[in-house]
Design a protein around this ligand. Structure first.
Ligand SMILES: Nc1nc2c(ncn2[C@@H]2O[C@H](COP(=O)(O)OP(=O)(O)OP(=O)(O)O)[C@@H](O)[C@H]2O)c(=O)[nH]1
Ligand SMILES: [Mg+2]
Length: 472
């Protein structure tokens, strides 16, 4: 698995300090030396390593004390944040034309994975964006290259435009664009020829193609296994073609990780996708955060994030408790709670990436859509309605349903659940300590909580995993 040895080394360097209550400048210095070595060994660009370690050190020394984390844990958190930052922070999506035919052009060196990823992307865009793609075989130097794309097209049931090897790539692309128009394709993915090295001839051809195709995305396909070379290749392509995104391939192999960690920082081009195998569905959006999690070894970091998160949640829960007690809990608060749980949903997404953990998490069933619908419905309320839920009568409910594009029955269901929640909270908050204790004991018995009592647990999300909120 990619990044294994980088992960091991980084974890080793960080484990030494995580449990420590106090860190001296010297401790941080020693640790950073190990972090630096592990990154260099993973073939990360030396400038990136230098910036990275300087940044972490400055932050570690300068950071104010985060009440819920030990200084050691804090350093891990900083390393995690920096890893994420050098990879681009947020996932970057593809650009599509609002109207007309969107055009992607795949470029890159020999064997990087252009042809395979033209297919993967066509499949992805059909599935995810409901596109009707056309693939174009513009690699005219090897008949086998055309056959390869045609075969992929057949497998996916996606048409491939080809004119054999007797036309120039520019002519092929011109004709393909006309064909796409005539046949109502809204996405054209052009597969181009590779070379063993970056050379003038290749760049000239690609520049000509770019001029004709006017692509919305030029996707540079880069083999992650090539480490530092991948970064240099990316720089040369970017200089000539101004590429819009990188597809980092073969991350399923035993890469040391250098390319993933350097490309964005050195070239400024976002990594948009990663290839995780030869099969055509082995494509994933590149999420810097998830990648940082993978590299750092998720277990530790997760606990950390959760701890920090819990601290925030605890304060929030106290505030909420007051609101419940005074019966001022309103739709704005409800919205906040839903957003917190939604975060847990995303958390689940990346937890699944960890081998062995996925199965343990199967009983958390968070349907993101449902949350989104509730958010939409609450967003369709007026501020007054949100603050004063009792205002919401039948005609207002109809308006909310129309505004959010949901069915009236869904609005009714949501307001009912909200009401139940509010009532129950009010009841609980007014219980005597003894009554409360009795109820807690009941909840801790085997078999878990009784239905209808679960939402009261706004504290300590970690302990509540697997329990359903009433709107699920
Ligand atoms: N393991 C793994 N193999 C991949 C991945 N992407 C592509 N490959 C394999 O890498 C080899 C080269 O892929 P191609 O798609 O033909 O590469 P190309 O860039 O089109 O190559 P040229 O057309 O020769 O320039 C093929 O055997 C692919 O199956 C990936 O993400 N993981
Ligand atoms: Mg090819």
């Amino acid at each position: 698995m990619a990044f294994d040895s980088l992960s091991d080394r980084l974890q080793y360097a960080l484990k030494k300090v995580t449990g420590r209550g106090k860190l001296s400048e010297n401790d941080i210095e020693t640790m950073m030396r190990e972090v630096r070595l592990s990154l260099l060994e993973a073939d990360v660009n030396f400038k990136v390593v230098k910036e990275f370690t300087n940044e972490v050190k400055a932050k570690a020394l300068g950071e104010k004390v985060f009440k819920s984390l030990t200084p050691g844990q804090q350093v891990v958190k900083i390393v995690h944040e920096e890893l994420k930052k050098i990879m681009g922070d947020e996932a970057e999506s593809l650009t599509f034309k609002v109207q007309g035919i969107t055009i992607f052009m795949m470029v890159g060196l020999n064997g990087a994975g252009k042809t395979t990823h033209a297919g993967k992307l066509a499949l992805y865009c059909r599935k995810k964006y409901n596109k009707k793609p056309l693939m174009v075989a513009a690699d005219v130097y090897r008949p086998a290259a055309i056959d390869q794309l045609v075969t992929i097209g057949k497998q996916l049931n996606i048409p491939t435009f080809e004119l054999g090897t007797n036309f120039s790539p520019v002519e092929i692309v011109e004709k393909a664009l006309q064909f796409a128009k005539d046949n109502h394709h809204d996405l054209v993915i052009i597969d181009t020829a590779g070379r063993f090295h970056v050379n003038e001839e290749l760049m000239l051809e690609l520049e000509n193609l770019k001029a004709v195709a006017k692509p919305d995305e030029i996707l540079l396909t880069v083999d992650a296994m090539t480490g530092q070379d991948a970064v240099n290749v990316a720089l040369s392509f970017h200089e000539k073609l101004n590429v819009s995104g990188v597809v980092l391939t073969k991350l399923d192999g035993d890469t040391r990780g250098g390319a993933a960690l350097s490309i964005r920082r050195v070239t400024g081009v976002p990594i948009k996708f990663m290839g995780l195998g030869e099969k055509l569905d082995q494509l994933e959006v590149f999420h810097p955060e998830r990648m940082a999690d993978r590299i750092l070894g998720m277990g530790d970091v997760l606990t950390l994030i959760e701890k920090a998160q819990d601290a925030i949640d605890e304060e929030e829960a106290e505030r909420m408790a007051k609101k419940f007690k005074n019966a001022t809990f309103d739709y704005n608060d409800f919205l906040k709670q839903i957003k917190q749980i939604k975060r847990l949903g995303n958390l689940k997404g990346f937890l699944k990436l960890i081998p062995g953990l996925g199965s343990q998490l199967k009983n958390i069933d968070i349907d993101e859509n449902k949350f989104n619908y509730i958010v939409a419905m609450i967003s369709s309320m007026t501020e007054q309605e949100r603050k004063n839920p009792d205002l919401i009568n039948s005609s207002r409910k109809h308006r909310i349903a129309r505004g959010s594009g949901r069915d009236i029955s869904e609005v009714n269901q949501m307001t009912k659940q909200f009401e139940e929640m509010r009532q129950m909270m009010r009841k609980m908050m007014n219980m005597s300590p003894r009554e409360m204790e009795r109820m807690m004991n009941n909840m801790n018995q085997p078999g878990g909580m009784r239905p209808g009592t679960n939402v009261s647990q706004s504290k300590g999300k970690g302990k509540n995993r697997g329990r359903r909120a009433p709107w699920q």
